[in-house]
Design a protein. Structure first.
Length: 334
């Protein structure tokens, strides 16, 4: 079972992360002149392109999609792990090599990144922290699915209690994805009126964007409130339910642009921070000439988006897609 509109949703999420990082990068470049920043505008921009919540959505989507073969029948665990490795690592390895050559970092940084040893967010591939989470939960995933399938009524409250009381980060997101998949048929059959969907949409939007909505009132404090990632996960799950129940949204997500972005989403996610690094090498010179935050934004967005999509497409076609195919052929041969 492959649900095409989820590919489109993943593509929009990847695009959102990229735009979010461009916005954050603009603020970093311009922080030498704080008067040029409009905090309210920045926060509203982040709500429209909420990269932090989009990563939470990635995790919920991963939980959903990875559960599908387990739901449909028995899964060969060796094949599952081999395919996950070929899905994640080859494109990541190529991205590390490009980043290493581009940034001229130490060999220690190279090998740290290669084995997901994170000493700082700002390493060769800043977004690699989320890939580390994906790999950890890929290893744990069969056990999680088994527990939740065995007794949904008991297992779900227990896992949610672990999340709430022990702050087991991102367990909530993958658990929600698993449960949405296991209950997918029931959700589709559930009669929900339009008013109910609109109410769910409002709740989901508020939870999904709580990280930045709260920052409008306490900008200095919200950044350290990491628990708001949990509310973003709940919001992502609710918004997924809205998509499941809305034919109109499904049709939008299955249009050419979202599906194209979905096809290159992983490669786009990997390369856009490298493109931002290239932009930053000449941004100081551009800033000295323009003296305008608006002009910087007008340049940074098309530059980063166009080149990232271009590079992401070629990486997806010539690195990512062949690697996925090799993983499938290897497991078939085994």
């Amino acid at each position: 079972m492959r649900i095409r509109y989820l590919d489109g949703l993943r593509g929009i999420a990847a695009f959102t992360v990229m735009v979010f990082h461009i916005t954050m990068n603009n603020n970093w470049v311009l922080e030498k002149n704080p008067a040029s920043l409009n905090r309210t505008l920045d926060v509203l921009e982040c709500i429209l392109f909420n990269g932090k919540a989009s990563v939470a959505l990635f995790f919920v989507l991963s939980g959903f999609v990875l559960t599908i073969p387990f739901k449909e029948g028995k899964v060969n665990l060796k094949n599952f792990y081999v395919r996950r490795l070929f899905r994640i690592y080859p494109a990541y390895f190529v991205a590390i090599i490009f980043a290493f050559l581009l940034m001229k970092e130490s060999w220690k940084t190279f090998f740290d990144e290669l084995f997901f040893i994170r000493t700082s967010y700002y390493q060769l591939i800043p977004v690699a922290w989320s890939l580390r989470i994906e790999l950890i939960y890929s290893i744990l995933f069969p056990a999680l699915v088994f527990i939740l399938k065995k007794n949904k009524k008991v297992a779900l409250p227990v896992l949610l209690a672990l999340v709430c009381f022990f702050d087991i980060l991102y367990l909530l997101h993958f658990t929600l994805g698993i449960m949405l998949c296991l209950w997918y048929d029931d959700i589709i059959a559930l009669p929900i009126r339009k008013t109910g969907l609109w109410l769910l949409a409002v709740i989901g939007f508020l939870l999904y964007n709580s990280y930045y909505i709260l920052s409008l009132t306490s900008y200095a404090d919200y950044q350290n409130n990491f628990n708001l990632y949990f509310t973003a996960g709940l919001g992502a799950a609710i918004l997924l339910v809205i998509v499941f129940k809305s034919i109109a949204l499904q049709n939008i997500l299955q249009r050419k642009a979202p599906l194209f972005l979905g096809k290159i989403s992983y490669s786009l996610y990997l390369v856009h921070t490298l493109v931002l690094h290239v932009y930053n090498t000449f941004s100081t010179a551009v800033e000295s000439q323009l003296h305008s935050a608006l002009a910087m934004r007008l340049i940074s967005y098309p530059f980063t988006i166009c080149i990232s999509v271009f590079v992401g497409y070629f990486m997806s076609r010539y690195i990512e897609a062949p690697a996925i195919r090799w993983g499938k052929e290897l497991t078939k041969a085994g």
